[in-house]
Design a protein around this ligand. Sequence first.
Ligand code: ZN
Length: 313
Amino acid sequence: MYSIGVDIGGTGIKAGIVSENGQIIHRANCKTDIESGFDKIISDINNMVRDLIDYNQINRNEIKSIGFGVPSFINNEGIVTCVNLGWFEVEFVSKLKSTFPEFDIFVENDATVAALAESKFGSMNGKDISVLITLGTGLGGGIIINGKPFTGNHGMASEIGHVVIGENTYNCNCGNNGCFETFCSATALIKHTQEILKEENESIIINMCKGNFNEIDAKMVFDAYRMEDNLAKEVVSRFKHYLSIGIAGIVNTLDPGIISIGGGLSKSSDIILEGLKDMVREHILYKKENFADIEVATLGNDAGIIGSAFLNK
Ligand SMILES: [Zn+2]
């Protein structure tokens, strides 16, 4: 038996036929046509999934279910609002059920499905309670308890990126000030770098972006850190300070066996993880006790497809 996982992102949609042991045996992808609207995206997914099945000559009866990871909150009625995709209260789940009437359909938040994949086949395997933090443009969170995604009573849980952990110089997209993701994400690194550069003019980053501060990206900051650039050190130090505070909150609340770091910034996990556990220890309540391992996620971009495919299990 197989399951299909579909990972819906802001720029592209990836699908895969996944075996019982978590291997993606066939893949397909298409662009996320945000401008043409919700119905067009669903129609593109329909074509892509049906082509994937037909082209690889998979028998429909061998497919147990189709799971979807979406970069948003799905309420108990299956309604989705996702600003990045231009969706406002779309009836996502019922639309998918009418598009794929012959399959069981499952839908979850994208960080949650990535966490499920890491828990089943990756860095978090073997732990009863595990938490994935995805550090990308924003900060996503997925919580797995005894092999199952934990999404709370109303489906709203695991929005770790919007836990308020301080006071910041800019507001979060959600309207609050001080959200975890405004301190710990690629956006946060870039904004903080740009702010310091308004006052200071000594940094290798100025050469890297050729003087155009709008071109600064997170990789430049980490590259500059490796070159012992003082500005980059200051930015990364603040980033890790708040990351340790945010993680300590997770430890105090859930006491997981492992916290994995995924997302685009995890490419610089050597810098992010160095000394991080000791920093977290300073902020947790029971400082002398053993607490969660903090490691880098291992499935990379495939986690979304694999986790979506395993929503049925
Ligand atoms: Zn927020």
